[in-house]
Structures are given as structure tokens and as C-alpha cells.
Write a protein that binds this ligand. Structure first.
Ligand code: CTP
Length: 139
């Protein structure tokens, strides 16, 4: 069975997140084992101290683990380091996941014969959008 992974923050869990995870299961014409890696809140706050996090790392993991389309969810901190420590066949990523850490992780996949699949984002929804909307409602 193919071991498939994906990375993300998955805060303010929304329809775009759900669609991505459902689409991963249907993208492959075979049974897969999908592990979702959820970024650690403390680590996020270290590099983005002004950001708002709604759900703790454990809360986000708990919610994602309950989804029928997900087999396991675990925490990660730095994608470029974490990806070297795990056993997997395919990394499914979003087109927005292209900062330097993701680029290094991609290089690791290319050098180690790991498949990369890029799935499109769902339009008009993001955690950033929800945060902005909530801020505007407070005014
Ligand atoms: N994603 C998606 N469609 C969206 C939003 C996110 O497919 N509308 C995917 C991303 O491409 C990524 C995963 O969901 O593979 C987790 O992304 P995350 O960074 O948690 O989501 P965003 O909602 O985009 O958060 P932000 O606005 O903070 O970037």
C-alpha cells in the first residue's frame, strides 16, 4: 500500500482543507495510507510571532485524525528536516507550498526517488481569509 503524506497548518479548519484531504484519497487509483503532518503551534509562533492560532497543535491533530479520508495525523516542525526522518512513497502538496523549506524538501524527494503530486487549492477560502473576516467583524 502506498504511503502518502501531506503537510500543513490546518488551523481554522475549513472546506479547502477537507477537499484537499478527500481529493488525496480519490487521486490514487489504489488503497493508500494517508498521514497528515500538522505544524507545531510553538514553532509557528517562533517564526510568525504576530500570527493568530485558533486551535492548539493537539486539537488540530485530533480533528484531522477523525476524518474518514485520513489514516493518521502527527506533528511536525520543519518540513525540510522532518521529511528526511520518515518513511513514505508520495508527498502531496499544495501549489502554495513553495517557500524555501518546501523547496529543500522537494529536492530531497527528487534525490531519493519520492513522488511529488501537486493538487490545486479550493478557491475563495483560506485560514488567512477567515482571520481577516473575523478581524473585520470585531471593528
Ligand atoms: N489548501 C487548499 N485549498 C485552500 C486552502 C488550503 O487546498 N483553499 C491546502 C494547502 O494547499 C495545503 C493544505 O491545505 O496543502 C494546508 O494548508 P494551510 O496552510 O493550513 O491552509 P490555508 O488555509 O491556506 O492557510 P493560510 O491562509 O494561513 O495560508
Amino acid at each position: 500500500m502506498k504511503k502518502v503524506i501531506t503537510y500543513g497548518v490546518f488551523d481554522f479548519f475549513h472546506f479547502g482543507h477537507l477537499r484537499l484531504l478527500k481529493n488525496i484519497k480519490t487521486y490514487f487509483n489504489e488503497d493508500i495510507f494517508l498521514t497528515v503532518f500538522v505544524q507545531d503551534s510553538d514553532y509557528i509562533l517562533k517564526y510568525k510571532p504576530n500570527t493568530t492560532i485558533l486551535y492548539s497543535t493537539q486539537d488540530r491533530i485530533e480533528m484531522i485524525k477523525e476524518l474518514r479520508c485520513v489514516d493518521d495525523a502527527q506533528v511536525y516542525k520543519i518540513v525540510s528536516e522532518h521529511i528526511k526522518t520518515i518513511d513514505f512513497d508520495v508527498w502531496v502538496k499544495g501549489p502554495d507550498q513553495n517557500h524555501s523549506g518546501f523547496k529543500i524538501a522537494e529536492q530531497y524527494c527528487v534525490s531519493n526517488n519520492k513522488e511529488i503530486v501537486i493538487l490545486p487549492r479550493t478557491k475563495l477560502i483560506s485560514s488567512t481569509y477567515i482571520k481577516e473576516l473575523l478581524k473585520s467583524l470585531k471593528k
